[in-house]
Design a binder for this molecule. Structure first.
Ligand code: ATP
Ligand code: MG
Ligand code: MG
Length: 350
């Protein structure tokens, strides 16, 4: 049997490993932690730093294909992995998607709409950026941010110093605040032969910068913008010679779909596909990176709702199971810290 190497051992790695096992593959996790949600389901685990070139090389040599649930690894590490084996999606996708400035420039070059943005390397840069973009803005670190971490909201020019300090005075971008009606994501799988399948685009609701719910299909306002968003996403995937699941987040605005960010991997807003689509994002990701044909991405119900269980919300799991319609997913995390994604619940309306 073949083995899939996965960088990162969180819940995304866990759900990739479950899908891999179902298709007869073994998984081998590489992560800096000694254990994590993926440990329960992956037969092999290497605990080493993403900077450890020799451990990365040994890992790549021990598996048939390397993928990731965590894209924030150094380009040097990706190079090591690529010279020792097959990395899917490839180094180009990682390089673009792990840097907000790079991904926004990339998408703009392809003709996509983004919020106005400017590179910020100093407090001076930030003050200049505010002068052109305006002070209703968000300062975001270029790298490593997720779940709204590494971001600071600005409302007036006087907020510059506080925001610059809040994000730790590092490489960042200032983004103008987008007035949007709704948020949605385009989730696609691209196979080795270049074929693309899209899932229905869910409407995503964020609370405090963290995804709260995804509902598919997303509704009329989103449907009206999905074709344009998909065309852009397909261009992105082709330009990167992408293999695997790719996610792009959009704001549905009065001017059309505004690209927010991309993730070169399976995505939280696609968790509903486990029960709600004919083939889940996890299964199609495994199929794609293993060179297999993709499964049907059609909806398996009239409507599907996914709700994240954040922090203490997961303590209510017995009440959730009391409704037989609910599909409960718990990630096996022991500590319910505030803001931590502990699991999710999916409901289908047939
Ligand atoms: P993720 O967990 O999705 O990777 P992240 O930390 O990368 O999150 P973003 O996606 O950049 O954060 O922002 C989180 C949320 O904050 C967005 O989904 C949106 O609701 C809001 N947001 C971000 N940027 C803007 C913007 N320019 N204008 C308006 N709202 C924004
Ligand atoms: Mg992000
Ligand atoms: Mg996001």
């Amino acid at each position: 049997g073949s083995t899939i190497g996965i960088l990162g051992g969180g819940q995304l790695g866990r759900m990739i490993a479950i899908a891999a096992a179902q298709l007869g593959y073994r998984t081998h996790i590489y992560a800096p932690e000694t254990s994590g949600p993926a440990a329960d389901v992956s037969p092999r685990w290497t605990c080493a730093a993403y900077e450890d070139a020799s451990a990365l090389a040994a890992f790549a040599d021990s598996v048939d294909v390397v993928t990731y649930e965590f894209e924030n690894i150094d380009p040097g590490a990706v190079e090591v992995l690529s010279t020792h084996g097959l990395v899917r999606p490839g180094a180009a996708a990682l390089r673009v998607a792990q840097d907000r400035l790079a991904e926004k420039n990339f998408v703009r070059h392809l003709g996509g709409l983004t919020a106005p943005f400017a590179s910020v390397e100093s407090l001076d840069d930030l003050e200049q950026a505010i002068a052109t973009i305006g002070s209703r803005a968000i300062l975001k670190t270029n790298r490593m941010g997720y779940d709204g971490k590494g971001q600071a909201r600005l409302n007036e020019p006087g907020d510059a110093v506080g925001a610059w300090n809040a994000i730790g005075r590092q490489s960042a971008i200032l983004e103008g605040f987008v007035t949007f009606e709704e948020e949605f994501s385009v989730i696609l799988a691209r196979s080795v032969d270049g074929g693309i399948r899209f899932w229905d685009s869910p409407a995503n609701v964020h609370v405090d910068g963290i995804l709260s719910t995804s509902i598919a299909p997303g509704g009329e306002r989103i449907e009206a913008q999905v074709d344009a968003a998909r065309a852009l996403a397909a261009q992105v995937a082709q330009a990167l010679d992408y293999v695997g699941v790719l996610t792009l987040e959009f704001f549905a605005s009065a001017d059309g779909p505004v690209f927010n960010e991309m993730a070169p991997r399976v995505h939280n807003s696609g968790h509903w596909t486990i029960e709600g689509a004919v083939t889940s994002q996890f299964e199609n990701h495994v199929r794609a990176i293993c060179g297999l044909p993709l499964g049907d991405t059609a909806l398996a119900a009239k409507s599907v709702q996914m709700r994240n269980l954040i922090g203490e919300e997961a303590n209510d799991w017995q009440a959730i199971l009391a409704d037989p319609v609910n599909h409960l997913h718990l990630y096996g995390k022991h500590e319910a810290r505030p803001g931590r994604k502990m699991g999710h619940v999916t409901r289908l309306t047939l």
